[in-house]
Ligand binder design. Structure first.
Ligand SMILES: [Zn+2]
Length: 480
């Protein structure tokens, strides 16, 4: 069934290879449907970052316990810098090393964005207006010991010190006693250095989008509402609605017959409690809203199944990214139009503030409605305005704040001192936290390093050579 035929050059009539066939909006020109081990993934990322150097930037946020790089690929029109007013978005995959679908989908997504930039209007607009950070693997060590074809066994889930990274973040309700792992510390430093707005963490083992909170004071499994419950439901549904099987809400009937998720989404703690999870840490400690997406019942499917996962998720992956352009956004500046960093944006009765970036820009995700929005900053008069949010695009709300001492310049000491803003306190507590467990050392090491020049073990060498032939088939061949 279906259509078949040849694509020929219009002039010479010669058959062409490597062309894009578009069927009802689905592009079939992806070439990467296979499992990528570390060496293969590394080569894939290097290949795309050099082939599409004007819209990509490959960097590492640190290293795993076994010294593998934690790679991130940025895709944007100006990939090397944060552009004022352009939101930062991230996808993180393979935090549990044996849950591999997210890792492969993110590599597919890199290829899709790179190859369709400049020709596909949706991709072009997304890449031009968003700084997209893609981390295919947060647990590369676990991946190397996990096994293909395994539905639900745990080999490779944890990092190589045998800690579950999604139970390893500081928790708002309970004290996490397990030592903080290098992968966790690297991600915490990364989030503090980049003003992320929206994120998803890709897992496997079920089929649902899970949103904060993941636990509560009592440690019981029941609905644990965050102040932004409505917004989380909206962004979660933006994903699930584009994955028809997920949206039906009966994920893995033979494995967990009781599971039913209305519209394919669930509050985390209402499903089961996860103390020390990454999504809650994102929301509680940074400006970033994160959800956790379960991509399927089989954690490590056979490679031949991978095209099916891409077909089921590519629309959803794009639709979720569009959500970063909803709510309100703008700039907080002073009378001289200079942006005010670290100003606070508070919205009506929602008990969750957002802070501005280095140049005074901010993003505040919200569901449609009319809100009282207040901007405040140390030494300035707070300013409140009303904004109406629609569903389709972010509403621009700029603030121009006046100094408290503008009438009596030179008498600053008579001005009442405001207490430090919550974000100041959060930052100092992070610095304290990073000072423990070699956290600072890890942060210093976490700048991108070039590991092209290093000794490789025989097994690694073989994987590297195999990766070369897979990524560069036209110019390499491997012989024993
Ligand atoms: Zn998982």
């Amino acid at each position: 069934m279906g259509v078949r035929g040849f694509v020929k050059d219009a002039v010479s009539g010669a058959a062409l290879s490597n062309v894009s066939i578009v069927v009802a909006g689905i592009r079939h020109d992806l070439t990467t449907f296979r499992h990528h081990n570390y060496a293969d993934m590394e080569l894939f990322l290097r290949k795309y970052s050099s082939e599409f150097s004007s819209i990509t930037h490959l960097y590492s946020i640190g290293r795993s316990v076994q010294d593998r790089e934690l790679y991130v690929m940025i895709i944007s029109d100006n990939p090397n810098v944060h552009e004022h007013g352009e939101p930062e978005f991230k996808y993180v995959g393979n935090m549990h090393g044996n849950e591999v679908v997210g890792r492969e989908l993110l590599l597919n997504l890199i290829e899709y964005l790179c190859r369709n930039y400049g020709t596909d209007p949706e991709v072009t607009q997304l890449v031009n207006s968003t700084r997209i950070h893609i981390m295919p693997s947060m647990n590369p060590d676990g991946y190397e010991v996990a096994m293909e074809g395994k539905r639900n066994i745990y080999g490779g889930r944890n990092n190589s010190n045998d800690y579950d990274l999604n139970r390893n973040f500081p928790d708002q309700f309970v004290t996490i006693t397990e030592p903080r792992q290098p992968e966790t510390i690297a991600v915490m430093g990364w989030l503090k250095s980049t003003p992320f707005v929206l994120s998803a963490n890709l897992h496997g083992g079920s089929l649902v989008v899970n949103y904060p909170f993941d636990d509560d004071k009592e440690g019981l499994s029941h609905y644990s509402r965050s102040p932004d419950d409505e917004t989380f439901k909206q962004v979660a549904k933006a994903y699930s609605q584009e994955n028809p099987l997920m949206y039906k809400g009966h994920p893995c009937n033979d494995l967990d017959p009781e599971d039913y998720f209305e519209d394919g989404i669930t509050n985390g703690a209402n499903w089961y409690t996860v103390p020390g999870g990454m999504q809650d840490w994102n929301y509680v400690n940074t400006n970033c809203f994160e959800v956790t997406i379960e991509l399927g019942c089989v954690k490590y499917p056979l490679a031949k199944e991978l095209p099916k996962y891409w077909e089921q998720n590519w629309r959803a992956l794009l639709q979720f990214m569009h959500q970063v352009h909803t709510g309100i956004k703008g700039t907080v500046s002073d009378q001289d139009k200079v942006g005010i960093p670290n100003a606070t944006i508070s919205v009506g009765v929602i008990d969750h503030n957002i802070t501005t970036g280095h140049t005074g820009d901010y993003w505040r995700l919200l569901v449609p409605g009319t809100y009282a929005v207040t901007a405040s900053a140390d030494g300035y008069k707070p300013l409140t305005t009303y904004a109406t949010v629609s569903k389709d695009q972010a509403e621009v709300v700029d603030f121009r704040l006046t100094r408290l001492n503008s009438e009596n310049t030179g008498h600053a000491s008579t001005v009442p001192q405001l207490t430090r803003s919550p974000s100041d306190r959060k930052l100092s507590s992070l610095i304290k936290e990073l000072s423990l467990d070699q956290g600072l050392e890890q942060l210093v090491k976490s700048t991108a390093t070039d590991n092209s020049f290093r000794y490789r073990r025989p097994k690694d060498l073989e994987a590297f050579l195999r990766g070369l032939t897979l990524n560069f088939p036209q110019i390499t061949s491997l012989h024993k």
